[in-house]
Design a binder for this molecule. Structure first.
Ligand code: CUA
Length: 322
């Protein structure tokens, strides 16, 4: 991706340089050639110049559209992480970077990644806006409070790369730096061996039990969460939303904000009871439990029956063992 960003940059730089040279070159030539001389004091009026005007309009228009289309394509590629990307969670706070790997390892101000594999970062800030910036990968993405953002990259060479915070975030902003360490496949596997083994999804499942979520979400009192992630959800307002990271986070911290059609607003808020790392673990757990083969995506209306009757959903009776 870095090569493509550079190619676009150099294309725009070269075109700008050529136009600049053309304009200043023509200016110098005209100054000398058409200067005021005795006997040639007044400029002459030329005939219709439609072709000239069309050419100086259409050629620059074409030139400007090339980087527009090229840049839009590149932007879309950068905005959409590949499906097989390794997903790492990043929580930023004043003034450090915390990374949580899917295999269980977590680290601060360092990010170990494998070479030759796309890495997707799902990121959030615990306080103010920060920005994850690795110049060598040509990526920069803001981290916001209360909203997940993503970016992705693929390291092509093993090595250490600078990580900066690119958004002024307080006194320690300039020291909010880190290292991205790209390892070969074998070294990365060895590095993974060294850490704790409980994955974020497993930690989330534990938390799900500890907080008593299952008492409603696995009995039909509240929407079943199996296969929910990424699915459309119909709300009591008739509105449809996608069950993404930000939606799930909001539903945990502010359950009354969006009520799923067919359910009562009975869920208490967990704001202050779970921190950002734990929220990401819960989200990782919910991502890990779907979609269920053959099962209906949950989040839609519950099975027929009074909404408050603890009616096991098909998923709950299907031997689901969290
Ligand atoms: Cu974080 Cu600047």
């Amino acid at each position: 991706m870095a090569g493509q960003v550079d190619a676009l940059f150099w294309f725009m730089f070269s075109v700008s340089a050529l136009i600049c040279l053309g304009v200043f070159g023509a200016m110098l030539v005209f100054v000398v050639r058409y200067q005021r001389r005795p006997g040639n004091e007044v400029a002459q009026r030329l005939g219709p110049t439609t072709r000239l005007e069309l050419s100086w309009t259409l050629i620059p228009l074409g030139l400007a559209l090339v980087p527009f289309v090229w840049g839009a394509k590149l932007y879309l590629d950068m905005a959409r992480p590949p499906d097989d990307a390794l997903e790492i969670y990043i929580v930023a706070k004043q003034w450090m970077w915390k990374a949580q790997h899917p295999e269980g390892q977590s680290e601060i101000d360092e990010l170990h990644i494998p070479v030759g594999r796309p890495v997707k970062l799902t990121m959030i800030s615990q306080d103010v806006i920060h920005s994850f910036y690795v110049p060598e990968f040509r990526i920069k993405a803001d981290l916001l409070p209360d909203r997940y953002t993503t970016t992705w990259f693929e390291a092509t060479r093993p090595g250490e790369y600078h990580l900066f915070c690119a958004e002024y975030c307080g006194t320690g902003h300039s020291r909010m730096t880190g290292r991205v360490i790209a390892l070969g496949p074998a070294e990365y596997a060895a590095w993974l061996q060294g850490g704790p083994t409980l994955s974020p999804a497993d930690q989330g499942r534990r938390l799900f039990q500890q907080l008593g979520c299952a008492a409603c979400h696995e009995t039909g009192l509240a929407p079943n969460l199996q296969g929910l992630f990424g699915q459309p959800v119909t709300l009591t307002t008739g509105q449809t939303v996608t069950a993404d990271e930000t939606y799930i986070r909001e539903s945990i911290l502010d359950p009354g904000a969006k009520i799923v059609a067919g359910y009562q607003p009975i869920m208490p808020s967990f704001a202050g009871r779970v921190n950002d790392e734990q929220l990401l673990q819960l989200i990782a757990y919910i991502k890990s439990i779907g979609p269920q083969p053959g099962g209906q995506p949950s989040g839609g209306p519950p099975p027929p029956g009074p909404a408050l009757t603890p009616l096991p959903t098909p998923a709950a009776t299907g031997g689901q063992a969290p």
